[in-house]
Design a protein around this ligand. Sequence first.
Ligand code: C5P
Length: 315
Amino acid sequence: MDSYSLSAAAKINLYLEVVGDRPDGYHELVMVMQSVGLTDRVTVRRTGAHHIRLQCNHPDVPNDETNLAYRAAALLQASFPQVMEHWGGIEIIIEKNIPVGAGLAGGSTNAAAVLVGLDMLWQLGLTQIELQTLAAELGSDIPFCIAGGTAIATGRGEQVDTLYGLDGLYAVLAKSPTLSVSTPWAYKTYRQAFADTYMDITTAGPSRREHLHSSPMMTAISQQDGDAIGQHLYNDLEKVVLSAHPEVNEVKTALASCGGLGTLMSGSGPTLFTLTASQSEAEAIVQQMRSRYSDSQLGLWIAPLVPTSLQLIES
Ligand code: C5P
């Protein structure tokens, strides 16, 4: 095959707890991640030239080596130097639907799709664990984006334990078009405000992970109980992002007042989501939000919670 196209899903965080500082400068986290059916289309195809080229239909997405998807290809090429000599260069084509700088892992899921697509294109035969190990060098969310579905993510976020997936739930996603939040800024600001609450991660990392395992959120997930999941949504980073950006707080309040099972900011934001038990409830919430924000450009999407992140759609 000369070309593979994959759909690459966004993620939301159903739970995000900051445990403390890691020696590598990152934060130790305990999270529940969930793939949602809002997808980009990522194509990798062979070209005659011996280099990596990237194009994307979104003006804010860079098409050079600063793009995570480009860096994913460069990492695979560096790890397997013979591949380009054997197969020639590649082109990556990204058709963007996932909002950029949104806390939905759009860049990470594109990089995951490139790793999986090139594994097929270059016939590398890597296992999921091998792909996830490479992915962790590029970004903390990318190993989850390879696995997809519902998962507990710990460490930097790169240690992924897949759970039995959630079925039948939907998310209404809301994002202001003019605002994006930098992830490094969110974590740095959180550290400035809450360093005194940080725990020693050597003991607290495992104990907070255990705590999550026996928490009401995990019971709710294992029982597929949408109401209880909605009640136990949690994200530490809301504490800094909602206070620094009152407009995000305002959208959260509006979204939460429309009904649904529960409302939370995803990752480092600014996207907010409300869970619903059906597509029709999600549509009703979108309608209410559109009438409330009739003259704004507030982005609203309905996405089912899905069991996978990456799917081959064409080869
Ligand atoms: O791993 P990734 O490149 O996605 O992380 C982006 C930034 O977010 C990091 O440079 C760091 O500032 C912050 N971060 C963190 N702790 C994590 C994940 C990310 O402090 N576990």
